[in-house]
Ligand binder design. Sequence first.
Ligand code: WT7
Length: 640
Amino acid sequence: MSNTAAGAQTIKSSDEYIAKANIKDLSIYKEAAADPVAYWEKCAERLDWFDKWHTALDWNPPFAKWFIGGKLNASYNCLDRHIKNGLGSKTAIYWEAESGEGKEISYGEVYKAVNKFANAIKKLGAKKGDRVAIYMPMVPEAAYAMLACARIGAIHSVVFGGFSSDSLRDRIQDASCNLLITADGGYRRGKTIALKEIADKALEECPTINNVIVVERSKDAINFKKGRDHWYHDLIADVDDFCEPEPMDAEDMLFILYTSGTTGKPKGIMHTTGGYMTGAVTTTKLVFDLKNDDIFWCTADVGWITGHSYIVYGPMANAATQVMYEGTPDFPAKDRFWKIVEKYKVSVFYTAPTAVRAFMKWGADLPAGCDLSSLRLLGSVGEPINPEAWLWYGEHIGKNKCPIVDTWWQTETGGVMISAIPSVIPAKPGSATKPLPGIDAKVLDETGNEIKEGTGTLSITSPWPSMLRGIWGDEKRFKDVYWSKWDQKYFPGDGARLDEDGYFWLLGRIDDVMLISGHNIGTAEVESALVDHKSVAESAVVGIKDDLTGQAIAAFVILKDGSTPSDELNKELSDHVAGKIGKIAKPKKIIFTADLPKTRSGKIMRRLLRDIGEGRALGDVTTLADASVVEKLKATYSEE
Ligand code: WT7
């Protein structure tokens, strides 16, 4: 352990870790820097291609095409080739039900299930290019559904199972999905969540959906619409065990995944087959130093990009063995994760800072009571991990022998972009360290000039294979959001500081997107949910610092005449937002106010609201149309 000039600790991985690591020196960085496109071509060779590409990259900013002319299938790469290589009996998934039951599923079994599932959706008429919505709990069938779509070339759009019926409806409508795959219900803390009922409500306004496949999980009674709804187990009962994988162009779409934006409407981020799979297979191998006998566990839900890249496509393309867990970390007790690590001998564990902070709060005794000796590497994703949480994670979970990879990336980037390869890049707690080989990350000033040391805005300045190809149905927004700040340089929306050693310190969002438990929630989405309530005239939402969730939502609300603030109304509004978007978007604080601080041009001064929300002294308010408003707001807030 040593100290840098900035006072940040530098922590080298243990000799034991380095000795066994796949990457032993920095040559891969040098190779990638010398010829990035050639490097990515080499990475693409980690996949099996039916036809090889003739052109590696066509960069017509902001539109990139990778591996043009190449043909492949994602499901084939995650399954068939492993079976051909004799790995049919290797465990693909240890599935742990919330109840504690487990299922050990081999690659051969996943292969069979996916082939049948693919034939089942084909039987319902789904074909290449169709959009299929997937709204599922954390059961293996969620992964099978994704791989089955990939197998026939249908584009999946997974909607997180915690989202509301309105959120599901909006996403189905936006992409005109014609098939929905869901379950009767899912388990959460011993109770069931009625997914099918929520889906039914969404489908009242989704005329494009012709068929619904229902996986049986909770066994709760559900409504069945004749002709539209089908049980998964009935459909797969009489279909073939083999479905020919569709040869997809490298640039054919693999999936759409929605992420929040600064305006109300979520953005359907588009990922293609060749580029995305190259990123997923490569980053999983490099960052997690994956070996044949590893037991990998990414605790994300398949409904987020982390679940797409590091449960389904990355680990499975690498023939990894992984744990998939249905429930929450605190059920039936707060040591559930450590019990799972002990039970399956997890070696690589990937979670979010918000979870680490919860573990800290629950106390070191809980992990100390379990055997965590199988762990060799820890990961973090979703938001900046504060040094205190980083150190706690390393000490109490990693027992000071596991390196920690703090991985920066986004739904849009498809895979990890900035992260240590811990055998060759020492850590600094709180820093995501350096860009991966082949990734051109820079810190820029407002005019796009590179900052060699200091604070500015993060940018990715060259194309990379797993980059988003657009926003579904909205090319203008794609250009505006990501490519209009500077010329030909990708704008991810995060602030960053580059230190004297060239280490990146991510500073969070600089736009109006909040990071709640590591997930993007747009301020505009919550605001529009609030004004949708009959008592609300106007609202302004900001993310405020929160010890547990990183950021929490503070909502400033102006009521309509005739409505009066009360605790009941406060709760009602909170529930209303949860109903509209999902529990994750529930405001932590609702502050009733008579007015909002606005600039002369009418723009809400969120920075000021954040200052108020976080209880900081007021800054310069000279641009306020009515400066007294802020004082009133501040007084109201400190009464809370
Ligand atoms: C935003 C992307 C990538 C999967 C989970 C979130 C923030 C993510 C880190 C990190 C600092 C991080 C950024 C980014 N973020 N990882 N290691 N350090 N910030 O995916 O919902 O698309 O959110 O999450 O602000 O822009 P997402």
